[in-house]
Write a protein that binds this ligand. Structure first.
Ligand code: SF4
Ligand code: F3S
Length: 113
């Protein structure tokens, strides 16, 4: 089993989860975070840290959120590891609670520096 970051994180990226994770298994894109399922130790610590309740155990996901299991696996192999202290998105309050954010998820590799 693993924990999975889901749709409410898109365009919010509060980053409180990163500080809480004992094994640093979050990976960071421009406007979303994911968990590497092979590194997550299922400790549950990050779940209550997320202000928008974006993190769930894979077995508890609703059918419409189950695609995020594969999204977390795939993007965690493309994106760089997130490390604390991290900077949350400035527009996070504006996007908090907005439905149907899946369409905004950008799944490309990070831009060259
Ligand atoms: Fe990290 Fe634990 Fe959350 Fe997995 S469940 S991402 S190990 S804090
Ligand atoms: Fe995203 Fe919540 Fe972490 S918004 S960055 S999963 S604290």
């Amino acid at each position: 089993m693993t924990f999975v970051v889901t749709e409410p994180c898109i365009r919010c990226k509060f980053m409180d989860c990163v500080k809480a994770c004992p094994v640093d298994c979050f990976y960071e894109g421009e406007d979303f975070l994911v968990i590497n399922p092979d590194e997550c130790i299922d400790c549950n610590v990050c779940v209550t840290e997320c202000p928008v309740n974006a993190i769930y155990q894979d077995k508890d996901l609703l059918p419409e959120q189950r695609e995020f299991i594969e999204i977390n696996r795939r993007l965690s192999q493309m994106w760089p590891r997130a490390t604390a202290p991290s900077t949350p998105l400035p527009e996070r309050e504006q996007w908090r609670g907005v439905p149907n954010k899946r369409q905004f998820l950008q799944m490309h590799e990070p831009a060259d520096p």
